[in-house]
Each structure stands twice: as C-alpha cells, then as structure tokens.
Ligand binder design. Structure first.
Ligand code: LFR
Length: 493
C-alpha cells in the first residue's frame, strides 16, 4: 500500500507519495508549496492556516493521482514551535516562528529563575541550549503577558496541530516533544518541575505517543471537502530531523550523520540519552528518535546562511541568482582566506546576512569577503570545518570512531559543500538520499503497518533504492592547516 508523507521545511512543504515494489522504495512528489513566514511589525509568525490549506491540497492531489490508493498519512516538520488551543478547541493566534527575536535573552532569564541552572535544566532534559527552544518561547509569553496563554488548555507542536486539524484528535508526538526542553527522558514524561518553574500550567501538555502509533483518521468535514476516504494518520518521527535520521542508509549500528538542509544537524544514534557534564559543555542534545532511539547531535546553523545571502543578493540585483553560478564563483575565489563561526548568534536572523559575515570578519581582523564568490567560499569552508569539530566532539562523547560521514537531505545538491566536507574531515562522505525526512516519515508508517519489519530493514531498503555518492577526502595538508587556523580563531578546545 502507498503511504503519504507530508514534509514541511522552513522554506517549503511537500506531499510525497511512497511505494514499495519488489523490495524497492520509490517516491513521487504530489504537491510542493512555499512556506513563507510572515513578519508583522517586529514579530515573526508561521502562516499556519495557509500551510494547513496546502497540506489538504497535497492530500487531495495525492489521493486523486493514486486512484484512492493511499493507506496512511504522516506529518513531519521543524521542531520547537507550537500552537495554543482553547477549551472550545480553537487555535489561539498564529504560532511564532523560532527566529522571532522575543527569545533573544530568554536562556539567561530562565536560568536565573529560582532553583534553575544550566546543569539542572540539562540534567532534567538532556537538550542543548538554543534560545528558541519551546521552554524559552513559553517563558517569553509569560514574561510579556501574552493573552492567548491565559486562555490556553492545550499546547500542540506544529505537526500535532496540523494533525489535530485533520482528525479532530489531539496527541503529542514523542520526538518533537523532546525538543521542547520540557521533557524528562529519564522519567519518560514531561518535567513538572521545569514547567512549574517557568509559570506554565501542566494541563497544557498531553502524554507523548511514540512514532508508529495510530492517531486518528481524516475527520468527516475533511473527507467531504477533499472528496477522499477517511485515511488513518500515523504518528511518525514528527520532528523532521528524527525522520531524516531514520532514513540514513547506514548498514552499521554505529554511524555518524549530517542532516543537511536549512540547518545542519550532526551526530549519531544512541540507545539512551548521554547526559554528562561533557555533553553539556559541548552543548550537545539528546532528542528523541524513532524505534526507541535517541539522537545525540548538535545544531549547526547550516545552509541558512547561504540561502539568506542569496536572498539579499537577489534583492540587490533585482534578478534571480542560481546556485550553479554562486558555486562556480566560490570555486574560483581564493581558498581559506577568512572563516566565520556559523553558530555565532548574529547569523540567526540578521537583516543583511552578507553584512553580518563582513562584520564578523572585520572584528576578527580577517580579510573581509566582498564578492559573491569570496562570501560563498567563506561560508562553505567554515561549515565544513565546523563539521569536523562537531564530528570529533561526537566521537569524544561516544568513545567510538566513525570511518566516514553519512549526509542526507536537500543540501547534498550542493556538491561543493560535500567535497569540502570530505576534505575537512579527512574521511569519506557518503551522500544520499536527498529525500531524508520524507523517506524516514514513510519508513515509520510502513513499519507501523507491517510492510517493513523494522528500522534496520527500512535502512537497507533505502540503501538499495536510492543512489549514494561517495566523496573521498582531498588536499589533506591544506585542510589540516585550515582547521588549525579555524580552531584557533574560534578558540575551540
Ligand atoms: C531542522 C530543525 C532542527 C531544529 C530546527 C528548529 O529542520 O527541525 O532540528 O532544531 O529545525 O526547529
């Protein structure tokens, strides 16, 4: 039976139909739509009703194109953002975008609350400190006297919310739940102490359901509107990164991955969260995974920096720029001239990304990248070098050595980045599939319906069905020297 994955990314959403024939998986995009956040004054929102409208169009088109043969639906999206639901079941306002500036100082504010400290929050959750985590967003709403919060009965993460609109049932999916930094993986439940400390009512939070759980069917109003049957929904790894990791075509039990898109998420899969002082010092996270796993990883700012530069340059030129042109200019630019720390806070949501890069280089007394080629080269080299650092941190935390790196996600289309990554790591990169999250979403649906036995079989099938391209390391000496400079610049231990 075919399954439908709704996969929402920060820039676009897709409805992807997956099929299995003779042990091979194939995918087909039934619908793609833009996801454009909306700025109102200094606030930044997701256009959630438009997204819901497009999700419905995706379901309608997929069912029509497949002659009704869609057996189940799963939804995944970015993490940490949420909607608040009233006692009468209505959405109370537009969800904020995680790049909204209201949480700029929120980590320090929360850690200054009575009884809280960095160690306390990390030991209870195992989650990295990112200022947009749900805990800090909720704190900002309390601090600012947000009126919706006072009326809220339930909190639903973005995929939970869209699923609720489709089915009328409210559930809190586990992988996304963990990204709130309010879930305690040791106790296996929401952390009452943290929820109380930020002044939030415990009633907002539903017991988490594991990926693979059946979570309702399309409600009658939806089936009537779209002219489709009452298709069941399955909770998948609803955090897109959980789905991407589920789709890593690794044949070994221990492997390192990089999910490469707007964000770069790098780490490994573990059986139990690694909650140690060392993990906290490196600001690693332990997010929930599928099939009883955890994802020990770190967020790296990723191709967002490049996408934002592109947006800015296109605005300045008044015409479109294509990636091939940008990458060719980068290759022609001089190597290792200046580096940035991609995770410097200034790159989270600056009004002018190329200027943010120039200001970083100026402050560090490095040559300032001016042209498109120089800037792109600086971004891609810096990302690749940061990957080396994070991979080595992962090895320190697990005590394992990884022979190479699996890269999945749309970012692999950037071949220059794959090449630089292999060179910076001094190890091979196995790049593919580009479909990361949508495939992991489908895999969990198929495991739930019995079409695939378990996650190991799913990964082997993905490996057999999609090309994986190997990039071998090159220019070792030059990259080793570049890493030494990069590590000194960022004062990496
Ligand atoms: C990637 C991702 C990351 C999360 C970030 C914000 O798409 O889901 O895992 O940290 O978006 O939600």
């Amino acid at each position: 039976m075919k399954a439908l994955a709704i996969d929402l990314g920060a820039g676009s959403g897709r409805a992807v139909v997956g099929s299995i024939e003779e042990g091979r998986i194939s995918v087909r995009e039934a619908h793609r739509f833009p996801n454009e956040p909306v700025a109102v004054g200094n606030r930044l929102y997701w256009d959630i009703l438009r997204l819901y409208h497009e999700v419905k169009q995706g379901i309608r088109l997929a069912v029509r194109q497949e002659n009704g043969c869609i057996g189940s639906i799963g939804i995944d999206s970015w993490a940490v953002d949420f909607g608040l639901i009233s006692g009468s079941g209505e959405l109370l306002g537009n969800p904020y975008h995680y790049r909204d500036a209201h949480t700029a100082d929120a980590i320090a504010e929360v850690l200054a609350l009575p009884g809280l400290s960095e160690a306390e929050v990390f030991n209870r959750t195992g989650i990295q400190f990112l200022n947009f985590n749900t805990i800090y967003q909720l704190h900002a709403l309390v601090r600012d006297g947000n009126p919706a919060l006072a009326k809220a009965e339930r909190l639903l993460m973005i995929p939970d919310l869209l699923r609720y609109f489709l089915t009328g049932e409210m559930h809190s999916e586990f992988t996304n739940t963990t990204t709130t930094q309010l879930f305690n993986p040791i106790r296996g439940d929401w952390d009452d102490r943290l929820i109380g400390a930020i002044g939030i009512d415990r009633k907002l939070f539903l017991p988490p359901v594991q990926p693979g759980t059946r979570v309702g069917r399309l409600r009658p109003e939806v089936t009537a509107e779209l002219g489709v049957p009452a298709i069941p929904l399955i909770a998948v790894g609803e955090h897109d990164t959980a789905s991407a990791v589920a789709a890593v075509p690794a044949l070994d039990e221990h492997f390192a991955y990089l999910s490469c898109g707007t964000w770069s998420l790098m780490g490994t899969e573990v059986r139990a969260p690694v909650i140690t002082d060392e993990a906290r010092a490196m600001n690693f996270t332990n997010e929930g995974g599928v099939c009883g796993t955890y994802r020990l990883l770190k967020n790296i700012m990723g191709l967002w920096i490049l996408e934002e530069c592109k947006r800015r340059w296109e605005k300045e030129r008044g015409s479109r720029l294509d990636y091939a042109e940008m990458l060719a200019a980068a290759e022609a630019a001089p190597a290792f001239r200046s580096f940035i720390d991609p995770d410097d806070g200034r790159f989270l949501h600056p009004p002018d990304m190329p200027e943010a890069i120039r200001s970083y280089c100026r402050e560090r007394r490095q040559p300032v990248p001016e042209s498109i080629g120089e800037t792109v080269r600086c971004i891609l080299e810096s990302l690749a070098l940061k990957y080396r650092y994070v991979l080595e941190c992962t090895e320190r935390l697990t005590g394992k050595t990884y022979k190479g790196l699996h890269m999945v996600g749309g970012g692999l289309r950037n071949e220059l980045l794959c090449r630089y990554t292999a060179a910076a790591l001094g190890r091979p990169v196995w790049a593919g599939p580009t479909e990361g999250s949508a495939l992991g979403n489908l895999a969990v649906q198929w495991i739930a319906t019995g079409a695939i036995k378990d996650i190991a079989e799913a990964r082997a099938m993905i490996r057999a069905s999609f090309p994986v391209r190997t990039y071998e390391p090159a220019d070792r000496e030059a990259w080793t020297e570049a890493y030494r400079k990069f590590a000194a610049l960022l004062a990496l231990a």
